[in-house]
Ligand binder design. Structure first.
Ligand SMILES: [Zn+2]
Ligand SMILES: [Zn+2]
Length: 1023
């Protein structure tokens, strides 16, 4: 033996995940494994995955790594199945999220400061930020093990991407769907822009917040001494009040102090007068801030409104038409003036006198103080509610009237709903959410009053014509000046290119607005695949801002035909209203078809205690830290073990638990390696196809079948894109392999039992193959040791071997062992309930409900250490019955006493349908109260009941002591560093001399040649 090199490399006690992963990464790179795999699949069937662009404003976060892991798992799986794929990664590069990061770095905090800083330099800084982030994200993703075509990434700020969106917008305009809206909208005062409905649906937008709660008295003009009481949580809107709304059909009451409120809101109060709301309509009142110029010109009056809520406030609603969506709508119905008190930055305009220049929050205190001074404040407090915040900068939003560019959706809504109905969503309720959104969404607000984003190609002329430019070529052709300085399609350069109006020939300038970022991402299935592009352009995607950052080509239309629609896309839930939506919208508008056939969505990531992760809460986990402390495989396992319909609680605690669980497979491999090296076992690569075993031992046949079952389950899970099912199948298999096969076959590995070695080797390798998409590093590391090293004909990488095929399996045998293991588990459960240790032999095991285990009495006796097994035909669960007095009392009268006594004594016979016959009466099931009587020494599963005779006698107690002694002696052998084959002499204390009745048994189990009770301590000595 010593002359031979060991077949396998010995394994350390525990794997060092990060070290092993870095080694594998290095080896993949050197051997160009990914390139080999892509090359091999190039002629295979295609599988189209389109990457949702990751926002390029940060380094890799553990949140982002979740999605990237899922994408990698399915791309690897499909690659192992021989599918040709694109592997193009994407970066999202413009819009508010990039801008806000750069503003923070530069210490800028308003739009004016950005303009003072200079838009050219600002645009360059935004680009630099993207470059930095793209490098970081690439580095982190590679470390995670994600295989992508790095270097050929798409960047959404490329001119190519922008031109494709221009083309889409021109088409929308031609269809008559584009319009400029004048409406009330959620507005971020810090970012100085309106936000769209779908942006408000993002995580973190609605936050708990305490706002002022004010009850304000508004004196009625025609009724001296009487006033309306209104309620508001936005004091800053009071100077814009123009009306007060009542429900025309509700009852309003007059308090003795002259205040009108809704009766339903104050049901316990007494009122001096009650009227229906409609009787108050038309009354005029003094506005809360008639002292300020804008309010003084308004005739404030009471209006009817059916939507006045009786759930909060006073039932009289303060209407500020310039500060709320419904308020604005009411202005149209009742012809009310619209006061807009604050500017883009949320500061009061000059005509608001002493409020001018104040922000909405700063103004609140002064407004409250002023109302109190003038005796108009009834009550002031705080109100806790969910309030929307800017998704980018976290500033509480306000409402403003704004002129936004919108796409009308009613003309396409039905088509969108139809297209979505053909998409397969996992989990399926995500598809329902998309449908709900499509049914209820309002028009798409596509304009943002910002700087570094898609320049909307809208050139409205004073003659009334809206010119929409559809391409760079068209811009060049119609430009009147400024083309020579146009470095890329971004502000400020593009703003310096006026065009000729195609109606009147006059000069027209572009509007200043930029586009919603979801246009940037939504166009990707067209812009990256070369839709309607006549000729393939080498490097044609690396245009404008992305020049020099990517080598991506702009393919031709034939390529688009081949890869569109995507077979599969995957992102988190909030993308339903964001990327999934914008893609679907743009695709249906351009082609009438959905851009994806299947979607995997997933819920949110929280910390391991279930809280949101925040930098400022100290519970954010840095991806670098996770790589160093958990390793990428453990992270990936954590992501993949997550059912996609539940939030993932991610952290180091769960990671430690996963590492512990992974030790089972590690130790199983280690066991094989250790004994294979001792016994000189050499594996055969061919065993991986079909398996090595025919007519061998039942246990080998079982593990072989179990392995086929695992391969089938894993394949099914991956086809259904449910990694959690793969993890469950793998976990259960490893448990069977380690805790049943190896444990029950251990002795066979102490000699060169070829069958056992081959069976175990095959099972382990197949398990590694099916888990390799989830844990590519560990799987690759062990493949190289177990397979590539000793088998010459094996591929060097696990990923260059094809996906394993599930062979035939013996379902009967699988059911048998599965039941057997369940009985053993239940038996152990009984032992633990009864506090009887496993080393205590017992007389008898009772089993009820077994269908297959009768052939395995010997295993049951060994596993549960019993002398006898009794299979029973009748259920062992006993029930106790009591009369249901409420029903039986009236029927039986005083006979109920006899019936109760008979039931308590067990003196009854079972009747039909769960009833019984007792004391001369037939009692139906619903006339009885039934309790399951748990007998001592039993445990139950859905189909099985298992009991143990827990009575001990002297013989059983003696055997338990023998087993304890054997255990102690073997521990002492180990501690003394004895070889497995060393013989010993044992000295026993006098008190243990009765154990000598089992001397032969003890000798056999401990390799003792002699046992001597001499009264001293227990000792062993090597012979
Ligand atoms: Zn903001
Ligand atoms: Zn014109």
């Amino acid at each position: 033996m010593s002359a031979l090199e060991p077949v396998f490399q010995p394994l350390p006690n525990v794997p060092d995940h990060p070290a092993l992963e870095l080694e594998v990464l290095d080896w993949w790179e050197r051997e160009r494994v990914f390139e080999q795999l892509r090359g091999r699949n190039r002629s295979g069937p295609k599988w189209s995955f389109i990457d949702g662009p990751v926002t390029a404003n940060k380094a890799l976060a553990v949140h982002t790594a979740w999605g990237r892991t899922l994408k990698d798992v399915f791309q690897r799986y499909k690659a192992m199945r021989g599918f040709d794929q694109r592997y193009q990664n994407g970066f999202d590069c413009q819009g508010l999220w990039i801008e806000v990061g750069v503003e923070r770095e530069l210490g800028l905090n308003s739009k004016r400061e950005i303009e003072d800083f200079g838009l050219e330099e600002f645009a360059r800084r935004c680009r630099e930020k993207v470059i930095w982030s793209a490098e970081e994200l690439t580095r982190g993703s590679k470390r995670l093990g994600q295989w992508m075509d790095w270097g050929n990434d798409y960047f959404t700020f490329s001119d190519t991407n922008i031109e494709y969106i221009w083309r889409f917008l021109k088409l929308i305009h031609e269809r008559g769907w584009l319009y400029k809206g004048h409406r009330s909208t959620e507005w971020c005062p810090r970012c100085g822009t309106s936000l769209s409905q779908h942006e408000l649906s993002q995580a973190g937008v609605y936050q708990d917040r305490a706002d002022p709660s004010l009850f304000v008295r508004l004196p009625l003009r025609e009724r001296a001494g009487q006033s309306l009481v209104i309620w508001t949580t936005t004091p800053w809107t009071l100077p814009a009040n123009v009306a007060a709304a009542v429900h025309p059909d509700s009852e309003y009451g007059l308090r003795s102090n002259g205040e009108w409120v809704a009766v339903a809101r104050y049901p316990t109060e007494t009122f001096t007068r009650r009227v229906r709301g409609e009787e108050l309509v038309g009354l005029r009142y003094s506005g809360p801030f008639d002292t300020l110029e804008p309010g003084s010109g308004v005739e404030h009056r009471v209006i009817p409104w059916d939507d006045v809520s009786m759930d909060e406030g006073t039932g009289i609603v303060h209407i500020a038409t310039g500060c709320g969506t419904e308020d604005f709508e009411l202005s149209k119905v009742h012809d009310l003036p619209v006061l807009m008190p604050v500017d883009e930055a949320g500061r009061f305009y000059d005509e608001y006198g002493w409020l001018h220049g104040l922000g909405t929050a700063e103004a609140a205190d002064q407004i409250v103080g002023n109302l109190a001074e003038r005796g108009l404040l009834v009550e002031a407090g705080l109100y806790e509610h969910r309030y929307p915040h800017c998704w980018r900068c976290d500033t509480p939003l306000i409402f403003r009237i704004a002129d936004d560019w919108l796409i009308a959706v009613d003309g396409i809504r039905g088509q969108l709903i139809d297209a979505n109905s053909g998409v397969s969503w996992t989990p399926d309720y995500f598809g329902k959410r998309m449908e709900d959104w499509l049914r209820n969404m309002g028009d798409w607000n596509i304009s943002r009053r910002r700087y570094y984003g898609l320049p909307l190609p809208f050139y409205p002329c004073s003659c009334g014509r809206l010119n929409v430019i559809g391409s760079r070529a068209e811009l060049d052709e119609r430009a009147l000046s400024g083309i020579e300085q146009l470095e890329e399609l971004h502000r400020p350069w593009v703003d310096r290119v006026p065009i000729r109006c195609d109606a009147c020939g006059g000069e027209v300038e572009r509007i200043k607005e930029v586009g919603d970022v979801w246009l940037d991402a939504g166009i990707v299935p067209f812009s990256t695949l070369g839709w309607e592009n006549p000729e393939w352009r080498k490097g044609g995607y690396a245009t404008g801002a992305s020049a020099g950052l990517s080598d991506a080509d702009l393919p031709d239309h034939a390529y688009w035909e081949k890869w569109f629609p995507a077979d599969w896309v995957s992102e988190m839930r909030e993308q339903i209203r964001l990327w999934f939506y914008s893609q679907l919208f743009m695709s249906v508008a351009l082609t009438g078809r959905a851009p994806f056939q299947a979607v995997l969505g997933y819920e949110k990531m929280l910390d391991e205690r279930g809280r949101e992760m925040h930098g400022s809460w100290g519970n954010m986990i840095d991806a670098e830290d996770a790589f160093a402390r958990m390793g990428a495989d453990v992270m990936r396992w954590q992501y993949c073990a997550q059912p996609p319909n539940q939030n993932l609680l991610f952290g180091f605690g769960p990671a430690d638990e996963i590492k512990r669980r992974l030790l089972t497979i590690w130790n199983s491999v280690s066991f094989l390696v250790q004994y294979a090296n001792i016994e000189g076992f050499r594996p055969m690569y061919g065993d991986l196809e079909g398996g090595p075993v025919t007519g061998a031992q039942p246990l080998d046949r079982w593990l072989h079948s179990r392995t086929q079952q695992l391969v089938a389950e894993a394949t099914e899970a991956l086809e259904a894109t449910l990694t959690v099912q793969l993890i469950r199948a793998f976990d259960a298999f490893v448990d069977d392999l380690s805790n049943w096969y190896i444990r029950r076959s251990r002795r066979r590995f102490y000699s060169l039992d070829e069958r056992a070695f081959r069976t175990l080797w095959t099972a382990l390798v197949q398990a590694l193959r099916v888990i390799s998409p989830v844990m590519p590093f560990l799987a690759e590391h062990l493949w190289r040791n177990l397979v590539a090293g000793p088998c010459e004909e094996a591929p060097s990488s696990i990923f260059l071997a094809p996906w394993p095929e599930a062979g035939e399996r013996d379902e009967g045998l699988l059911s048998e062992i599965s039941e057997l293991r369940e009985i053993v588990e239940l038996g152990r459960q009984v032992r633990s309930q009864e506090n009887i240790k496993l080393r205590q032999p017992l007389r008898r095991l009772f089993v009820y409900g077994a269908r297959y285990a009768q052939a395995h009495v010997e295993e049951l006796e060994e596993e549960l250490r019993v002398k006898d097994v009794e299979f029973q035909d009748a259920p062992l669960v006993r029930f106790s019955y009591k009369p249901n007095l409420r029903i039986l009392g009236p029927r039986l009268g005083k006979d109920i006493v006899r019936v109760r006594e008979a039931l308590a004594a067990g003196d009854f016979e079972p009747g039909p349908n769960g009833g019984v016959h007792a004391a001369g009466y037939d009692l139906a099931a619903d006339e009885l109260l039934v309790e399951r009587k748990e007998e001592r020494g039993w445990a139950h599963s859905e189909t099985l009941s298992v009991g143990l005779d827990v009575e001990l006698d002297d013989e059983l107690r003696l055997e338990a002591r023998v087993l304890d002694l054997i255990h102690t002696l073997n521990t002492m052998r180990k501690e003394a560093g004895l070889q497995l084959t060393d013989r010993i002499e044992v000295t026993l204390p006098e008190s243990d001399s009765d154990l000598l009745a089992h001397a032969e048994w003890i000798k056999q189990e401990t390799l003792a040649v002699d046992l001597r009770p001499d009264g001293g301590e227990l000792r062993i000595e090597k012979v």
